[in-house]
Write a protein that binds this ligand. Structure first.
Ligand SMILES: Nc1ncnc2c1ncn2[C@@H]1O[C@H](COP(=O)(O)OP(=O)(O)OP(=O)(O)O)[C@@H](O)[C@H]1O
Length: 240
């Protein structure tokens, strides 16, 4: 079952540790992610993209307002900029521990390792893998839990462009096997255009959606699609 995510009139304030000043990151902020919709959030540094992700993940609580993800807490798969693997454990164990913690049949582990192209590295330790391979493990760990909600915070921005591109294609492939609701935070407008059903440009303080674009390009998409390139240019123009 896919989830609908609804942020309803959310306020979120932080106190600056150095100055003691209060910063209102969100005021009366509402947003809905439809079931199986992939939404990308872009915008200038410090606007509140990661805060938004943390609110949706339940890692931060709103001061006021509600975040509704349905009756039962959804299974969440997260991918961060850094893979955050357990260095003492082989690849297979990294993925299996995530599956077990989520109560998912560990038979899924071999299947997802195959899907991300890491079967031959199942017994390897993260330290011997390339950056791209480590991030593939992180993607496997996120997908092995069969997430109803996918949260991607700059998942490919620490990788070189060619590797990032391969991982975006992998993400598309995994998502197409079974679509699910997702939120992607990225600085890369082309990535947003390639991955998302809808792109939001966040700006200002408190943050608001200053521009929104629905991407109706059919999937599977290719990064060479000139229409996606045009959309990416519009996104860049809106961020600037
Ligand atoms: N735990 C915290 N305590 C205090 N201030 C915080 C905390 N988390 C974020 N902030 C502040 O909230 C604002 C928004 O931060 P956030 O990380 O959400 O922005 P962002 O849009 O993700 O930025 P970037 O693109 O640079 O990652 C920033 O001014 C940041 O300093």
């Amino acid at each position: 079952m896919s989830v609908r995510v609804r942020l309803d009139r959310v306020d979120k304030t932080y106190t600056d540790r150095r100055t003691g000043e209060r910063q209102q990151i969100f005021r009366d902020f509402s947003l809905t992610l439809a079931p199986d919709e992939l939404v990308a959030v872009v915008g200038a540094s410090g606007t509140g993209k990661t805060t938004l992700m943390h609110l949706v993940a339940g890692l931060e609580r709103p001061d006021t307002g509600r975040i509704d993800t349905g009756d039962a807490p959804p299974r969440v798969g997260m991918v961060f900029q850094q893979p955050r693997l357990l260095d003492w454990a082989p690849v297979e164990t990294n993925v299996r521990l995530a599956a077990r913690a989520a109560g998912v049949d560990t038979a899924e582990v071999a299947r997802i390792l195959d899907a991300v192209g890491l079967t031959d590295y199942a017994r390897s330790y993260p330290s011997v893998l390339s950056g791209g391979q480590r991030q593939r493990v992180a993607v496997a760990r996120a997908f092995v839990v069969q997430p109803q909600l996918l949260l991607l915070d700059e998942p490919f921005s620490a990788l070189d462009e060619l590797t990032a591109r391969r991982l975006r294609l992998l993400l598309q492939e995994l998502w197409l096997r079974r679509p699910r609701t997702g939120l992607l935070v990225t600085h890369n407008a082309l990535e947003a255009a390639f991955v998302a059903d809808r792109v939001l440009v966040l700006g200002g303080r408190p943050a608001r959606v200053v521009w929104e674009y629905r991407i109706d390009r059919p999937r599977p998409r290719t990064p060479e699609d000139p229409e996606l390139f045009d959309i990416h240019r519009q996104i860049v123009a809106e961020i600037a």
